[in-house]
Design a protein around this ligand. Sequence first.
Ligand code: ADP
Ligand code: MG
Length: 461
Amino acid sequence: MKQSPFSALPLPQELLNTLSDLGYLTMTPIQAQSLPAILEGRDVIGQGKTGSGKTAAFGLGLLARLEVKRFCVQSLVLCPTRELADQVANEIRKLGRGIHNIKVLTLCGGQPLGPQIGSLEHGAHIIVGTPGRVEEHLRKGTLNLDKLNMLVLDEADRMLEMGFQASVDAIIDMAPSTRQTLLFSATYPEQIQAIANKVMKDPLRVTAGQRHDDASIEEHFYCITGDSQRLQATRLLLLQAEPESALVFANTKREVQSLCDNLRHHGFSVAALHGDLEQKERDLTLVQFANKSVVVLVATDVAARGLDIESVDAVINYHLARDADVHLHRVGRTGRAGGKGQAHTLFSDNERYRLGLLEDHIDREISAEPLPSERSLNRQPPVPTMATMQIDGGKKDKLRPGDIVGALTGEHGIDGNQVGKIMLTPNRAYVAVKREAAKRALKKLNEGKLKGRSFRARLIA
Ligand code: ADP
Ligand code: MG
């Protein structure tokens, strides 16, 4: 692959400086293919898997067009979830930090309207939000898109899967027709093509793979005869893989829940992720999985997409995915960042047809392997490497990660390298520590002080 430096692009010097500070030296393939056209003002459809660098592709595009002195909404990025909107907004802020006075605002559902209206009154250049809430602000008249010159639909396929089609249509209707439109998606189903035909002008379509090479993923397939065998197979494969983190994909909420219950019954460290969880439960589950306090996450495709999780050791497909793109997307969750990954797919005879389609898509014959034997796997389920402590204090108490690390590692404390991820919410902190150090860490926190005050801490996983 040819390496193209960002400096070859007609980008403002502030952006080039920031890119080099961030260590973004060369463009990823999707950036190299899309950015020249984006900077010329063309509509672009970018298809690339998770991790291919789509955010910076559109982020640089909209930042390059931005006129900071004009204090009005010039770009709007629509994302399927609050979590993704936060990630995108942060990436844009990061890329735009060399531009003075730039204001990026997130507008997402599940959060009070009042403060959002207040922030809108103060003005913003770039809005990143979920379709439902953005539409609500447009209808209330608290958001105005008259000066919009860039509309981005990020993870467009997923927004549709989540039922946002009507809101997206309504928002597009209220945006000026002179705008530039960028659409990014991991897959390119028919409904997306339909949207593209309807709302984009002579779009350039670019496709690029992930940043990892597929050679780092070992794929295995198993033919299964019934649901009880599926459960047993999942268990055996997890015992065999002994992962630190594993993702199991199931098709429905019910399947996710029953699979999770079954694995828990067999002693696995496991959590479920599906659309019915409250935002808080979802956030907490993700924190514990990402910080390695939970080994197995069972999830539906919709719930798992866009998860900000570096890489897992193993992916198990409890059923064959409904199409080849979804399969590749799931499998792409493992083997990233240069690590080795394994993917195991269970299918039954009535899924053979879809298996054939997958074979065509990857242009390779798939052969089923025998399942590992129960006898050879006479061992305990893998134990999480970390434990999560919850501290009853957060950003509102002015706690920062550094305060917590300081309190944990002081006299009679634990080693710095035993501290894992720290997540702060307004009222809580979630701290991962090595499992063997958990007791001491807890004692240290409960007996010591943070910012001169005592906070209660307890182990939650
Ligand atoms: P996508 O939206 O395609 O799933 P992201 O935009 O979230 O992927 O990018 C994945 C990661 O790659 C991010 O951590 C981002 O900071 C990083 N990244 C993006 N572009 C580059 C680049 N040109 N060089 C180095 N890292 C990059
Ligand atoms: Mg993305």
